[in-house]
Write a protein that binds this ligand. Structure first.
Ligand code: PXG
Ligand code: PLP
Length: 436
């Protein structure tokens, strides 16, 4: 059935995720189709995708090669169990992923989302220490403003107050976040100030005792919180402190993975290699749910060779390594490689930064942050109302952006043209200029 304004679905039954349901259903925004850089709304308007859907459609919409691979896999092997049984394409996809991963992160555990990747990585960290006779290392260190999905592990290590107020949590403590508008406002790329915030980790290790800590998890560039690139030297310091105390370092690359910064992964961009890396979203260009945890070979080997039980790691999902998702993933990797999308964000980063920072003169804009093809724009705060109003007005003006509180975020597909960057920014200028 073709949907349009005269033929809207009944909105009552679908309980929408992370959405103000009553507000949305009173004035819905419906997307009915997509191709390339554009969505089409149910009133027939084209909307330029400034967010890669939700940070996931990195190669743009409606990719025929992915659709063909999915169709072919569905008719060849639609589903097969992954517990004590295998199917070839999952092994092929893991191998292909290992080839683009940071050096040494060549063991791949499949999940179905970023949240599942995070909870899986936290479990691997605990299993790793346990296999090495350090079963008391069970606590995690995250960071304020960190977003690691919605599982109990992810919200415990995560730093979003709204999550932490409501739900019971696992043992975790937090580094301070690195946003320092006082010293770093309108930094182009990495902020200069704040590497010393990594030394918080020394304090937390002293407080808890290294012997109780399993892992530190951070987003190399915080995404959901409004795009917070790390201060120059910060990630290197975290790496060094983790090494000194035998604590594993996890990079949550659910957003930064698959080309967002101009390298396949942020670990390569920063030249800092974590022990575990969580991914999802762009792994299939967003077209089917999938995630993967990449483990350093030594971490994998410690668990798999160090186990006293036949089944070394007591964990997995019905849909781990789903053959159809693997087919979508392999076709996606092909596109990223063939079209140079793993490095395109690097080529566009300068033009992106220049266009964005052109908004600096607007009176309501209090900070602009960018790295690769990510951007965060702070508006003078108004309890989130201003950010939401900007997102709605932008949609009506033909561009899709995200808001978190009064911060706007953008992360266009890596196929974006310079003309489309100009369209995004010039539309945003009009939208922000018209805000109260
Ligand atoms: N880790 C990170 C760093 C993420 O950004 C997750 C884990 C969880 O992934 P799943 O697939 O379980 O949602 C994420 C997800 C937004 C936004 O607009 C960000 C995410 C999801 C939805 C919206 O900031 N990130
Ligand atoms: N709940 C029940 C009752 C189940 O049987 C299963 C899986 O068999 C799950 C939850 C977990 O589902 P999944 O493997 O899709 O995460």
């Amino acid at each position: 059935m073709a949907y349009d304004r005269d033929n809207r679905p009944d909105l009552a039954n679908y309980w929408m995720p992370f959405t103000a349901n009553r507000q949305f259903k009173a004035a819905p925004r419906l997307l009915v189709s997509a191709s390339g850089m554009h969505y089409r709304a149910d009133d027939g308007r084209e909307v330029l995708d400034g967010t890669s859907g939700l940070w996931c459609v990195n190669a743009g919409h409606g990719r025929a090669e992915i659709a063909a691979a999915v169709q072919n896999q569905l008719m060849t092997l639609d589903y097969a169990p992954s517990f004590q049984m295998g199917h070839p394409i999952a092994f092929d996809f893991a191998k292909a992923l290992a080839e683009v991963a940071p050096d040494g992160l060549d063991r791949v555990f499949f999940t179905n989302s970023g949240s599942e990747s995070v909870d899986t990585a936290l479990k691997i960290a605990v299993a790793y220490h346990r296999a090495r006779g350090q079963g008391q290392r069970t606590k995690f260190i995250g960071r304020e403003k960190g977003y690691h999905g919605v599982g109990f592990g992810g919200i415990s290590a995560g730093g979003l107050v709204n999550n932490r107020r409501i739900y019971p949590l696992l043992p975790a403590d937090h580094l301070r976040h690195t946003l320092d508008v006082g010293r770093n406002a309108f930094s182009k790329g990495l902020p200069q100030h704040g590497a010393e915030l990594a030394d918080d980790l020394e304090g937390l290790i002293a407080l808890h005792g290294a012997e109780t800590l399993a892992a530190v998890i951070v987003e190399p560039v915080a995404g959901s919180a409004g795009v917070l690139p790390p201060p120059v030297g910060y990630l290197e310091r975290l790496r060094a402190i983790c090494d000194a105390h035998g604590v594993l370092l996890i990079f949550d690359e659910v957003i930064t993975g698959f080309g967002r910064l101009g390298q396949p992964f942020a670990g390569q961009y920063f030249g800092v290699t974590p022990d575990l890396m969580t991914t999802a979203k762009g792994i299939t260009n967003g077209v089917l749910p999938m995630g993967a945890v990449f483990a350093r070979r030594e971490v994998h080997d410690a668990v798999v060779n160090g186990s006293e039980t036949a089944m070394e790691f007591f964990h997995g999902y019905t849909y781990s390594g789903h053959p159809v998702a693997c087919a979508a993933g392999l076709a996606t990797l092909d596109i990223y490689r063939r079209e140079g999308l793993f490095t395109r964000a690097g080529e566009l980063a300068g033009a992106w930064a220049d266009a964005l920072h052109g908004l600096k003169d607007l009176p309501l804009v209090t900070d602009i942050r960018n790295l690769g093809l990510m951007a965060g724009i702070d508006l003078a705060p108004k309890g989130g109302e201003r950010g939401y109003a900007a997102m709605v007005a932008a949609f009506e003006a033909g561009i899709l952006i995200r808001c978190t509180g009064d911060t706007l975020a953008m992360s266009p597909p890596l196929i974006v043209s310079e003309a489309q960057i100009d369209q995004l920014i010039s539309t945003l200028r009009k939208v922000i200029s018209a805000l109260d």
